[in-house]
Each structure stands twice: as structure tokens, then as C-alpha cells.
Design a protein. Sequence first.
Length: 299
Amino acid sequence: MDRRQHRRAGSTVLAVGILLGLGTGATGCSGRGAAAEDVKGPGDPVGTLHRAADALRAAGSSKAGTSMEMATGGTRVTIRGRGVYDYRHRLGRLTVMLPEDPTGASEHRPITELLTPGALYMKNRGAGVPADKWVRVETATLSDGNLVTGGATDPYAAAEVLRGTREATFVGRTVLAGTPVRHYRGTADLSRAARYASAGNKASLAAAAKGFATALVPFDAYLDDQGRIRKLRQRFSFVNGRQKATVAVASTLLLFEFGIPVDVRLPAPADIYAGRIAEDGTGGNGGGGSGSRDSGGGA
């Protein structure tokens, strides 16, 4: 598929994610391979956050809960997801629940998403995609690097955003779902995160740094005594492709039950839809419009 088709695919997937049917200090290296600090104390907040993704890799896997919130037309909309993630192989599976319509009736079927290094697979995409087929999109072709497009932020990508932390403060200790955690608040730079990210996330985070209204990402992170993320709330800003107004999106990630068995199997090439899918015309930071677009399908 050529570069032009990739751009079309990026615009199309925005119709799947949060816009579907809604109408609208410190410097230094990432810290990978550095000696671990005493994680039971506040230590160096920036260095601790730089190493949060490495702590997840050491944990191996976990269950994940996600939510994404945005305000549109005076209404706050929330998309929720739940699933599992393998941090060593960077493979995840989420079931994403799209918002109900104003009457309370379910408007959209849940979307199954498979998260992989550099690609997003979706099933129950709708809009002309056969029920037994998957849509595949390369995340580096999306102007937000898929940090918000799919309606859920890839857990490992979210952790790697913290590699770009430039300033952070230790807020204090608290308890989250029965687990003692340390609360940090700070700001990450997506351009910096892309430089220190793993190979699978470099291109996606670099695209996000250019595609968002600002490359700065304010966050609140809650880490346990092993340095693992238990809760992470990140705030992204993008320019709505239709109204040209800045839209704020808050993505929240909850991680729990570390070390569980995770088996994520990718679709066979024959199960990936290679046709054309319809866009709903809502636009987004990728500038998608109405009409149909190439799906970006294919192995």
C-alpha cells in the first residue's frame, strides 16, 4: 500500500475512535539499563518515570482497563475498554465500548482491538466491513500515532510517553485498589519520548509529536513499589479537522493482575479486510471527511 493510502487509512480510523458518531525539568537519557533506585521512596521523580516502561517489561503482562474522555457539543463522552497486555512481546487485546446514544440505547457494537508494534487491528469496525474481517492500520501513518484514535491508548505506548518526562513532582503516597502507590504529576514531551522509545514506538510517537496541537502531555502517574504503573492519566490536545478548534482528550489507564498468562494471536492475512470502508464524516485530527476511504487493509 502506498503512502497516500496510508494517509487515507489514518483518516478513516478516526471515525472508529473517539470521534465516531459524536459530531465533531530534567534532562538526560531514558534511564534504560540504569541501576534501580529505591522505589519505596520518592527518589528522583523524572528518572523513576523514565523507567516506568521498563518496569512493565519486567512484570511481563497484566490486565488493563482504559477510558478516554472528551467534551463535544457541551456533552462529555467516555469510551471504555478492558483487556490484557503482554509487555515483553508488545501484544495486547482490548474490547472497546463506544458511547451509548442519547436515549441510552446501545448505538455501536463493541470493537475488538489487537495492539501490536506499529499496527492496530480492529474487528466489528462496521461501515461496510464484513463481520468476520479485521481492519489493519499502521500506527505511524496516524497523525496522533494511535494515542487517541482507537479510543484507547496502547498501554506500553502510554508508558513510553513517560520516557519524555521533562519535569515531574512527587505528590505523595496513597492507596489504589488496595495497593500502596506513589503519585507523580508532570509533563512529558512527545518528541523526546520518540527519541528514547523502543523501536516499535519510535515512529508512532514521532508522528504524534507532529500531529497534536502540542507535543507536551500533562500527566498524573501512580506507581507501585516495584515502579510499575497502576494508574496513568494523560491529557492530549489536537485540532478538530472540521472546526479547527483545539479539543482536549483525557486518556486513563489502569493496570492490575501483573504476570497473568496472555495469548494474543494476530489475524491471518486472509482475515484482513482489503476493501473500502465508509467514513462517518466527523473529521478529527487526521482531517478525515465524509465519503469512503481505503481501509489500509492487507498484511
